[in-house]
Ligand binder design. Sequence first.
Ligand code: AMP
Ligand code: ZN
Length: 471
Amino acid sequence: MSLKIYNTLSKKKEDFVPLEPGKVKMYVCGPTVYNLIHIGNARPMIVFDTARRYMEHKGYEVNYVSNFTDVDDKIIKKAIEEGVDSEVISTRYIEECKKDMAAMNVKPATTHPLATQEIDGMLEMIQTLIDKGHAYTAADGTVYFRTRSFKEYGKLSHKNLDDLRGGNRSLLVSGEDQKEDMLDFVLWKPKKEGEPYWDSCWCQGRPGWHIECSVMSKKYLGDEIDIHAGGEDLVFPHHENEIAQSEAANGKTFAKYWMHNAFLNIDNRKMSKSAGNFFTVRDISEKYDLQVLRFFMLSAHYRSQLNFSDQLMEAAKSGYERIVTSVDNLNFLLANSKTEELTEGENALLTEAEGFVSRFDEAMDDDFNTADALSVIFELVKFANTNANEGSSIAFLKALKEEIVMLSDICGLIVEKQAEILDSDIEALIAERQEARKSKNFARADEIRDELLKKGIVLEDTREGVKWKRA
Ligand code: AMP
Ligand code: ZN
């Protein structure tokens, strides 16, 4: 079966056919960095990282770009509150966000561009839009996109321009005075006192929010990309405006597939900073291994709303632990197994176990149905628990373990605990290091220090001798 992706543009599941065989160009709108990320922000990170991992597992080379919005009203507000430059705020929270991503086993993007580093590209695209008649400058130097000049405006959010203009004011793109039309949106705006700004031929100012993604996507992936993704709140106006900017400027279809994750809710309301009903990833990490959070996110399909609750987190914890325990058990059996070779019976069982891999793939091919994919891992775990025992061969145990670890890894779940290094082993290595130093074998001494560091053991040479601690 081939991969099918639900495309917001067509409102249908479509066969995934990349623009270039074997390659995927994917852009995921990233967070605005003015605070620690909350677990609602973590949902797109986890689900699209899982989509990426699955496509890599299928053999695609995925070029994955995800931005950090590092110039924005909220960042500026926080910088003013703290009496620092907004760069101090954005740099701090980009670092913190990267730590959270690593802790959730979200792979770093191929490129993580920053809006403030891409201003030249934005000036260029805005100029192209003006030259082509898709944008205009107001008296104060604000540049607006002329929304009605892009005939397909509304195609992603399935909104009709006249509906936007007429009855439903809540759908209107936020309005300011000097627009030709209520629907027009800002590409460039004049600076205000105390705000970061850049020179341009229209005014000293800064970009509107939407232009950064059009520009970064073009620069790092090209005019046409395979997948553009983000949370469903971005469909309108952000992604609709990105399409208008990119397609009007480049004259090409911007993205083939548009993917949107549904909200993570709490008490059935969207978790958000502004509503104040959020938990940061850091909050959760105090109570749970973040692998549990990852498991929780994947336990629902990404297009279904997911309600955060202690109960569901506890269920995720026991689900995740069930896999870890099974792998632990296989490792224990492996360490004690007396036979190398597969028996005929085991061979037949392994053929049966391959069926779990095909069923896992089938679930993931169906628009990344991680909920079903996790159920298949559970069935495999049950199969392993039933069929592996003290009499099993090393080959059999290894094959079962590798299958569980591989499927879990596609979901970004780390299910094999690193063997913990014992205090006595550390002491022995430290003694060996001291000997090596005495005999001036500094290379070996350094090697031992690095080896320990990899295992999270930090050495400190003090006057009283060598001290160590677990990092
Ligand atoms: P923001 O920093 O608000 O621009 O959000 C960064 C990403 O997180 C976007 O893709 C949002 O759609 C997504 N997001 C924010 N809140 C939630 C939520 N409660 N559930 C799911 N996704 C969210
Ligand atoms: Zn974006």
